[in-house]
Design a protein around this ligand. Structure first.
Ligand code: ZN
Length: 277
């Protein structure tokens, strides 16, 4: 199973399960996550949802190079009402696909009416930041590290452009301009994380927080979540993200125009990894 679903009392634990590929997110995983979240929302016993990654790493981000990369596969669309990207070409294809599986899905999950907690260890890179950021809270282990290195591709950050809101503008610029990894402790100082705990305690600390929240009334939690999300949107999150999505797609299109159709500017999983060291 690409995504595991487990009920632990009032807590649903949704676990990305491609540890052999550092839980790289392909579309199969995206729709499996969506199905798991939907199940948790529909189950009246479930009060809180935990999102975790199996193995040493939370996630290496979007799948840009495993054998199960599935960018040309159609799935039943859930997030936006738009035509299928499969069969479309150029910017039409990219815009349709990323509107649905990246920006649209992340927004859909941000609005899950039950509290969500990301439980993060090891790598949380690029597209993985999107998964952590859409959760209401983030608990990270002290070995967790984060980065959004896509400026190396000439692209101004990942599709769900929450950087200035979750990091603050200066930290957002540092993260984007350097592309470097930052530690859990640094992320905590910037206000991106709720807790940093020893690796061995990550699961118990995440569950303890989830169980504390789970005693609160469902409706109160849902409305409190909506209230904070609405405040964030009034601080420009949603409209800011829409405007940056245009810049993001301009960058993909520029790359494709300059390098024979390659919207990633000549970069792949290997070159992105090698550029880091
Ligand atoms: Zn993109």
């Amino acid at each position: 199973m690409t995504v595991e679903y487990e009920r632990r009392g009032p807590v649903a634990v949704v676990t990305m399960n491609r540890p052999e590929y550092r839980n790289a997110q392909n579309s199969a995983m995206t729709y499996a996550l969506d199905a798991a979240f939907t199940r948790a929302v529909d189950d009246p016993v479930i009060k809180v949802i935990v999102l975790a990654g199996a193995g040493k790493h939370f996630s290496a981000g979007h799948d840009i190079g495993t054998p199960e990369r599935d960018v040309d596969v159609s799935f039943e669309r859930k997030a936006v009402l738009w035509w299928d990207h499969v069969g479309a070409e150029g910017g039409d294809q990219r815009f349709a696909r990323e509107s649905e599986v990246y920006l649209g899905m992340c927004r859909r999950w941000r609005e899950i009416p039950k509290p969500t907690i990301a439980s993060v260890q090891g790598a949380c890179i690029a597209g993985a930041l999107m998964l952590a950021w859409v959760c209401d809270m983030i608990v990270a282990s002290d070995d967790a590290f984060f980065a959004d290195p896509v400026v190396r591709m000439g692209i101004p950050g990942v599709e769900y452009f929450a950087h200035p809101w979750v990091l603050g503008p200066r930290a957002a610029k540092e993260v984007l301009f350097t592309g470097e990894r930052f530690t859990a402790q640094q992320a905590k100082e910037w206000g991106m994380l709720n807790r940093v705990v020893p690796r061995a305690d990550l699961e118990t600390e995440t569950m303890a927080l989830a169980e504390k929240i789970a005693v609160m009334p469902r409706m109160g939690l849902a409305l409190a979540k909506k209230a904070v999300n609405q405040a964030e949107d009034l601080m420009g999150l949603r409209s800011g993200m829409d405007s940056v999505f245009g810049l993001h797609h301009f960058a993909h299109a520029h790359n494709a125009e300059m390098s024979g159709g390659d919207s990633l500017g000549g970069q792949d999983a290997r070159s992105m990894r090698d550029a880091r060291s």
